[in-house]
Design a protein around this ligand. Structure first.
Ligand code: URP
Ligand code: ZN
Ligand code: ZN
Ligand code: ZN
Length: 472
């Protein structure tokens, strides 16, 4: 079935122009003016921007954590993502020490296969590097198309890997063509500080932030970056929350190290004071790294603008306030870490970033889609509007004013972290491979219609060249 997008303003990471897009068999086959539309269904994008579908490089759907499981699974999570203009996600596949990697990957296929309404892929968590893991990794890359590995430097006695494992992962990834992702916080020192806080009777949610200070994110980020330089490898630092970490990334990039940084909407607009909300409401804002003092927000925005941070992930990891966050009443260490962010990622960056003049429209597309596709081996099938690319498109009304609310969001969780926030802009229709998933703000997709994406190997790109591209 042919479709044609008419009357919209097409926006890519490089250009903004009036034009039409012809879609055939799920792919973009023509871009131009006055295209022949015989037999094509017309999608009228009058007054709207047309973006390549957002790619969320950081989600945790149906993930066990702290004795419970995230509220959003691959169905509710990807439906909410679609409403927010995201057409592909890359979720973190957890592994257990001693267990074959292929079992862990199969578990994640089972969670997603019949549920996802948008396309999806996986990153693989590395918790140990031994002969068994080394034997399996080439298959993970070549057969599963999983070309990014995640190492946790925090969550002691749960996910945390030691420095030896991180360094070996960097060396192995360089050899195999994968990108290493780190959760950069010093888990050992956090462990000491949390035990001390509890022993002193400091059990409220705010102590989650006070026991994970920015110094420990900066330290771990700098350590991982140094290891990357030494291994001549490649690193992607997830959920950068503060100036301390931005400084370390900038320092590494100035040395020519291939180090990339992602931040998340929550760090751009919320701050540490949210953890002090009364009646245990601060628990809604407990995730790691924690929210920081407000001045850090300017540093993050400037880093997105200057290209020192390159991407925005959601770190979607949702737990209900009632019954799940509740587990940590009287002991902040038992509050499941994470928040519901998958739906509002693009809107917040558009409303707070583009509308307020902090980043350009083309940077918005690069940060939410194009750069992510390039770093994670999906470009140019995903991440841009070009001939031959998948027709993953967002028809976005840049002038709608609305308020973010749990009552109207599409995530399964019982609160919205941005409750009451006024935003400008909303995805009106969203297409994945040429098929509507959201049409005129109504869900019309089908669970199971999302396809698993095998990704290409990591391709080295000079950080400097990419920054120059951005400023054109
Ligand atoms: O608190 C968070 N971010 N939970 C999800 C797991 C992680 O560290 O990314
Ligand atoms: Zn993390
Ligand atoms: Zn995460
Ligand atoms: Zn809606």
């Amino acid at each position: 079935m042919k479709k044609i997008v008419k009357n919209g303003t097409i926006v890519t990471a490089a250009d903004t122009f009036k034009g039409e897009i012809l879609i055939e068999d799920g792919k973009i086959t023509q871009i131009g003016a006055n295209l022949s539309a015989v037999g094509a269904e017309v999608i009228d994008a009058k007054g709207c921007l047309v973006f390549p579908g957002g790619i969320d490089p950081h989600t945790h759907l149906d993930m066990p954590f702290g004795g419970t499981v995230t509220r959003d699974d691959f169905e509710s999570g990807t439906i909410a993502a679609a409403f927010g203009g995201t057409t592909s996600i890359i979720d973190f596949c957890l592994t257990n020490k001693g267990e074959p990697l292929k079992n862990a990957i199969q578990t994640w296929h089972n969670k997603s296969k019949d549920k996802a309404v948008i396309d999806y892929s996986f990153h693989l968590m590395i918790s140990e590097i031994n002969d068994q893991v080394l034997n399996e990794l080439p298959q993970v890359i070549n057969e599963e198309g999983i070309t990014s590995f995640k190492v946790f430097m925090a969550y002691k006695n749960v996910f945390q890997a030691d420095d030896e494992t991180l360094f070996k992962t960097l060396v192995t990834a360089k050899d195999l063509g994968a990108l290493v992702m780190v959760h950069a916080e010093n888990g050992d020192v956090i462990d000491y500080l949390t035990k001390k806080a509890l022993a002193e009777g400091n059990t409220d949610p705010i102590y989650h932030a006070l026991t994970r200070p920015p110094e420990l994110e900066g330290e771990a980020t700098g350590r991982a970056a140094r290891f990357t330089g030494l291994a001549n490898s490649q690193l992607y630092v997830v959920h950068v929350s503060c100036a301390d970490a931005v400084e370390k990334i900038a320092e590494a990039r100035a040395k020519g190290y291939e180090v990339w940084g992602e931040t998340c909407p929550q760090y751009l607009v919320l701050d540490q004071s949210y953890l002090e909300k009364p009646n245990f409401e601060g628990a809604k804002y407990v995730w790691s790294p924690p929210l920081r003092e407000k001045w850090n927000q300017d540093v993050l925005w400037n880093a997105l603008k200057s290209g020192q941070l390159q991407t925005l992930g959601s770190d979607q990891c949702s737990f209900d306030f009632k019954g799940q966050k509740d587990l940590g009443r009287g002991d902040f260490t038992k509050i499941p870490n994470g928040g519901p962010m998958i739906e509002d990622r693009l809107t917040i960056l558009f409303s707070e970033g583009v509308k307020k003049g902090r980043i350009s429209l083309n940077q918005f597309v690069d940060i939410t889609s194009t750069r992510i596709a390039k770093l994670f081996g999906l470009f140019p099938k995903k991440g841009t509007i070009s001939i031959g690319a998948d027709a993953d498109l967002v028809i976005f009304d840049p002038n709608i004013e609305r308020v973010l609310l749990a009552e109207t969001h599409h995530m399964a969780v019982d609160y919205n972290a941005f409750e009451g926030m006024k935003v400008t802009g909303e995805p009106v229709s969203v297409l994945v491979r040429g098929e509507y998933v959201v049409r005129d703000k109504q869900f019309v997709g089908k669970p199971g219609s999302g396809q698993y994406l095998k990704r290409e190997k990591y391709r080295s790109t000079s950080p400097v060249t990419q920054d120059e591209t951005l400023s054109i």
